[in-house]
Design a protein around this ligand. Structure first.
Ligand SMILES: [Mg+2]
Ligand SMILES: [Zn+2]
Length: 207
């Protein structure tokens, strides 16, 4: 399973000074969303590998230092681990086409909606991309997932307006309120059990 980080595992942060909603810029701002460790444990218990695939252009943009990303990572792993959940691998894209930090300024193959991160993670999990679900709260996550041949799950509220602007191929297999709901949907699919109500009408009608 391929999980986006911000908005899926941890909450987005409103940065007063910059007036933006973005990733945590300090480890103290890193907060897990509800039921995330339990959701990850559920995926572990199904025998599914769990990878994080995350665009993190904050270093490139000069928003924070590499140490902050590491500290957030330690916090994420220890808080998830404390509840018995396990993340098998983590892959970041640190690049940005307009980065201030010159060595990170590039058009790479890893920044979602490109598929490089997903390919690396699937290789490390030793699964094919066709067996993976890409779970994210942004259109780039869905685009990367569908380009890579994954099933996709959107976390958040799917607005019908989004449908009008997105390629039918990009529409997710399922819309979940949070990772816990997504994990239950995956369980229902991999075990063939029923009981999970499906996505909003605008999605299912076109499925
Ligand atoms: Mg996100
Ligand atoms: Zn990259």
């Amino acid at each position: 399973m391929l999980l986006d980080r911000d908005g899926v595992i941890n909450s987005l942060v409103y940065h007063d000074d910059a007036g933006v909603i973005d990733s945590p810029f300090a480890a103290s701002q890193f907060k897990l969303l509800p039921r995330v460790p339990q959701a990850i444990r559920l995926l572990n218990d199904l025998g599914l590998g769990v990878a994080v695939v995350s665009n993190q252009p904050g270093i490139a943009k000069g928003r924070f230092k590499p140490e902050v990303l590491k500290a957030c990572e330690r916090k994420m792993l220890s808080q998830i681990g404390a509840e018995g959940g396990r993340i098998d691998c983590i892959h970041y894209c640190l690049h940005h086409p307009e980065a201030k930090v010159s060595k990170l300024r590039q058009r790479c193959h890893c920044r979602k909606p490109e598929v490089g991160l997903l390919e690396k993670a699937a290789a490390e999990l030793q699964v094919s991309l066709g067996e993976c679900y890409m779970i994210g709260d942004g259109i780039p996550d869905l685009l990367a997932g569908s380009r890579a041949g994954c099933r996709t799950i959107f976390i958040g509220r799917w607005k019908c307006e989004i449908c009008q602007f997105t390629d039918p191929g990009v529409r997710p297999a399922f819309v979940a309120k949070d990772l816990w709901e997504a994990a239950h949907f995956i369980r229902s699919e991999v075990t063939g059990s029923a009981g999970v109500t499906s996505s909003p009408k605008c999605l299912s009608a076109e499925a």
